[in-house]
Design a protein around this ligand. Structure first.
Ligand SMILES: [Zn+2]
Length: 187
């Protein structure tokens, strides 16, 4: 799509060479902004969806309500929320459990989780979500808020994911909405 600035057109500066230089500057901008603007709009949309799943969690006095959405190539592959399938299941776990672990789309997927994936859990027989995400080979994680020290003293989910080369994006302006269904807990 070529866009002619009317002011520029009026000045007569739109010719083959002006167009080339316009295009060059537009391209260098697009490397940074339109594509990432598109990505960040998609990130917000999917996080809001994850927040909606978090609202469905059966309430608990001993665990957070979290929602998760797994997306690849713009398509939602799976969703999950805390305590969806049993009393202990975590949102990311519930979403991952619905997919074949060998699903090739996971290699290009993003998992949206309203809360930082856990790095240790009370149910010791179950692996932490951080380990599950790494095992699934998901390269990108988007979260809205970091796990507070309510139930575990030091969650290192984000650090561990990054150490293993996973891109972690935080959307702090959606943290309030992501925390809203957890306000009965000490945050
Ligand atoms: Zn977890």
């Amino acid at each position: 799509m070529t866009f002619y600035d009317p002011a520029r057109l009026a000045r007569g500066s739109v010719g083959p060479s002006a167009e080339r230089s316009n295009r060059r500057s537009a391209d260098s901008e697009s490397a940074a902004s339109p594509e990432s603007a598109e990505q960040s709009a998609a990130d917000r949309r999917h996080m809001l969806e994850a927040i909606e799943w978090a609202r469905r969690c059966p309430p608990s006095e001993t665990a957070f309500s979290v929602g998760a959405v797994i997306v690849a190539d713009g398509a939602v592959l799976s969703t999950g929320y805390s305590r969806e399938t049993d009393a202990k299941v975590h949102a990311e776990e519930a979403a991952l459990n619905k997919l074949d672990p060998d699903d090739p789309r996971l290699a290009a997927a993003t998992i949206y989780s309203t809360l930082e994936p856990c790095s240790q859990r009370g149910t010791v027989t179950r692996s932490p979500c951080t380990d599950r995400i790494l095992a699934a080979g998901i390269p990108r994680v988007v979260i809205a808020w970091r796990e507070p020290s309510t139930f575990v003293t030091n969650c290192v989910g984000v650090e561990k994911l990054r150490e293993h080369g996973v891109t972690v994006v935080e959307l702090p302006d959606l943290a309030e909405a992501a925390m809203s269904m957890n306000r009965h807990l000490e945050l």
